[in-house]
Design a protein around this ligand. Structure first.
Ligand code: FAD
Length: 300
């Protein structure tokens, strides 16, 4: 047991794990273990864990709902932090919404629509957490996080609890420019009053549109590539003949070319090789160099 593991075990007891499988915590169902894993239940606990890792010169990362990740087969060296149930709640006051970072984005959409608040309907069917959604500037159907966020709370890599204003987040297409190592604990939104029934109808419509075009049943991590300016990654992949292309246990979905599905027992190395093969094929066929949306995590 090293010094960090001892320190964390003294403070967090059974909430610290060694060799936790990350495949079990990702939507792809792929990936090796985390050296050290801890679940925290308050910003102070998070600060202690991150400061401890910093002192021990051990890398630390936060795992959200694991729906946008490809974790390497060797797993993650260092500490993986997960926000516990106490971050899975929201407070709504008039049009202001404060959401815990571990809350499921879909649950937040449901809660605000129920209160007749407009602005988050686009999140219907985005399966991640509120914190992961913020980091990825998640979006769909013309909406994105950046439009409705006003502030975020979190902890710096050094263990300092901080509030960041929207313009400190650095929102861009499916990414943000947060300070390195910053872990989000809460996201504040400013929404608009709307008509509850009209909002519910819009959410139902978006749900149906998503169901019609996304593969169901097999583990995946959503869109593999970002859409390049003025085009769609799915269209380029299909044009390059990649729909259904397979490597080991991983294949591009026959239903939506920008999804890779785990057919069963896929290894991260196979998914990554499929991604690189597809990038090269698309560049040959259209001259576009696709940028992955899915994040590669761990030791490759
Ligand atoms: C079926 C399916 C459909 C999808 N559809 C969409 C879509 O329409 N639009 C879209 O934008 N995305 C979509 N996604 C991708 C994914 O759901 C989003 O990117 C989501 O916002 C990721 O959230 P997460 O909690 O799963 O984050 P994770 O995958 O766990 O992490 C993503 C990144 O955020 C970091 N992170 C997570 N939580 C925190 C935190 N609290 N503090 C700091 N860093 C953190 C992680 O370290 C990692 O770098 C889809 C995925 C699937 C599987």
């Amino acid at each position: 047991m090293n010094a960090l593991e001892r320190e964390l075990s003294e403070r967090f007891g059974a909430r610290v794990g060694r060799g936790q499988s990350l495949a079990d915590l990702t939507s792809f169902r792929i990936g090796g273990p985390a050296d050290l894993f801890v679940t925290v239940e308050s910003a102070e606990e998070l600060a202690a864990a991150l400061a401890g890792a910093r002192r021990a010169a051990t890398p630390a990362m936060c795992l959200g709902a694991g729906t946008n990740l490809l974790v390497s087969d060797r797993g993650v060296r260092g500490l993986v932090v997960k926000l516990g149930a106490s971050f899975d709640r929201c407070r709504i006051e008039e049009t202001r919404v404060e959401a815990g970072a571990a809350m499921a984005f879909g649950a937040l959409v449901e809660a605000v629509v129920e209160r007749g608040l407009a602005g988050l309907e686009f999140g219907e069917g985005i399966p991640g957490s509120v914190g992961g959604g913020l980091v990825m500037n998640a979006g769909a159907f013309g909406g994105e996080m950046a439009r409705v966020v006003v502030a975020i709370q979190g902890v710096t890599g050094a263990g300092e609890i901080r509030t960041l204003a929207k313009d400190e987040v650095g929102f861009a297409y499916r990414r943000t420019n947060l300070p390195a190592g910053f872990v989000i604990t809460r996201v504040d939104f400013e929404l608009e009053s709307g008509d509850r029934e009209a909002l519910q109808a819009r959410v139902a419509d978006l749900r149906a549109r998503r169901a019609a075009r996304q593969p169901r049943g097999l583990p995946n991590a959503g869109s593999i590539f970002k859409n390049p300016p003025g085009n769609f990654a799915g269209r380029l992949l299909e044009g390059a003949g990649l729909k259904g292309a397979r490597m080991g246990g991983a294949a591009f979905s026959g239903q939506h070319a920008n999804f890779i599905v785990n057919l069963g027992g896929a290894r991260a190395a196979e998914v990554r090789a499929l991604i690189e093969m597809a990038r090269n094929r698309v560049r040959e066929s259209s001259g576009v160099w696709l940028e992955p949306e899915v994040r590669f995590v761990g030791e490759w």
